[in-house]
Write a protein of this length. Structure first.
Lengths: 220, 220
DNA sequence: TCGACGCCTGAACGCATGTTCAATAATCTA
DNA sequence: TAGATTATTGAACATGCGTTCAGGCGTCGA
């Protein structure tokens, strides 16, 4: 696909290599020399361009955040109401991006917290649209619903290796490019999101949390 | 609750300290000296008892696996059909256990893969019971449903810090001890698992994956 | 009483890490 | 073309790591 020569700047190559290495090995376990080798440069150059390993990580965080935000402007991806990460998948180079996101989210940092909050807020919007279009059921607690679904989806990405082993599908892949392979994830997701608890269970739990239920609607 | 003296053996104290440190900081980022300090011993003693840091990690893995298996024998925890990790929560010292599990699962190892498979298989059983009791809806793909729900739940544990920030509840806690605080997690979970997609969406997706749907029922 | 045997420490070792720095090559500016 | 600026390297450094090891401490059985 790409021509033989790599026309990315060294800085970009380092950033891309760092994201891949971080995603594959974990951030702390990845050494600067490993990243440098993957990018075809020296360890010193990594420092020269980014100042420190920590700053390199921040640069990666900002890059993935920027890509996510720029994707937001484009048309709402298919199935965004159900899969809060649908937009991310179809981003160019989505798989490495998503895998890095999973790593950096687990490690956690205030910087990343903001990004997660943003994903949740986006999901709230997507789901509102879905409800209006008759694709999703309305909810008394749309914020909590969106938060839970977003975190479950993100958590699934974090455990993508287990997902692949158990369901046989790489959920970091771009589903829109190969819808057939997505079935192994989408069908179980439909099964669960279609409702797995009966009315009996609902009333049982609703009774147990009768008082809390009223407080929960707008706790913020 | 506990008397002033710590009656655990040094080996047990080291293992417990290791699980807490690993869970809090990540496995690679935690040094032997940190663990040793937390356990009130020297770094040399850690090696003396476990041989190496890697062996210590394996010992932690085996310990959490053993605790999970021993819990399995007791009565099925309340809500096990919905929350595949319900049994784990009520385990003594469940929170550190669960938090360590989250870490070690992300890092991944064949040893841990087996444990996840076991959790999924348990979930299949729990859900069968739930369906028989009329608490859960039946499914054409019970294995995939159980796998997805287990991984989503585990992924939620992995992201428990975000869950706490967004929903205000520590999902590594033992819900059965303080059901009121669980509401912040259970209510959104009920909302999602009660069914968030409409019949319109279902038929839309079912159509899109019409051929794959038949293959998926028993792919193994 | 005495040696033997686990428990345990603290200093030491080798190694990999993140980072610094002087020097060189490449690129741009005027 | 001359000079300034940037890109890049490779060697060096300090630090913290996992691990080793010789030895001290306390507790037993004989």
């Amino acid at each position: 696909m790409r021509s033989g020569v790599d026309d990315r700047t060294a800085k970009a190559r380092i950033r891309d290599a760092a994201m891949e290495c971080f995603a594959a090995e974990g951030i702390d376990s990845t050494s600067l020399r490993t990243i440098a080798a993957a990018a075809g440069v020296s360890a010193g150059l990594v420092i020269h361009h980014f100042g420190s390993k920590d700053a390199l990580r921040v640069a990666c965080d900002e890059y993935v955040a920027a890509r996510i935000r720029e994707q937001k402007g484009s048309a709402m991806a298919q199935g965004a109401g159900i899969d809060p990460l649908a937009a991310l998948r179809s981003t160019v180079g989505g798989a490495p991006l998503l895998r890095y996101l999973a790593r950096t989210i687990v490690d956690g940092s205030p910087h990343v917290d903001d990004l997660v909050d943003e994903l949740v807020n986006d999901a709230i919007g997507y789901m509102e649209t879905g409800v209006a279009a008759g694709l999703l059921t309305p909810s008394d607690i749309p914020r909590q619903r969106a938060a839970l679904l977003t975190l479950w989806s993100l958590g699934g990405i974090v455990l993508h290796q287990h997902m692949e082993r158990l369901l046989g599908v790489d959920i970091t892949a771009d589903f829109s490019r190969d819808p057939e392979s997505a079935a192994a994830y989408v069908l179980p997701a439909m099964d669960v999101l279609g409702g797995i608890i009966t009315d009996v269970t609902k009333s049982l739990w609703a009774e147990a949390f009768a008082d809390a239920s009223n407080d929960a609607k707008e706790p913020a």
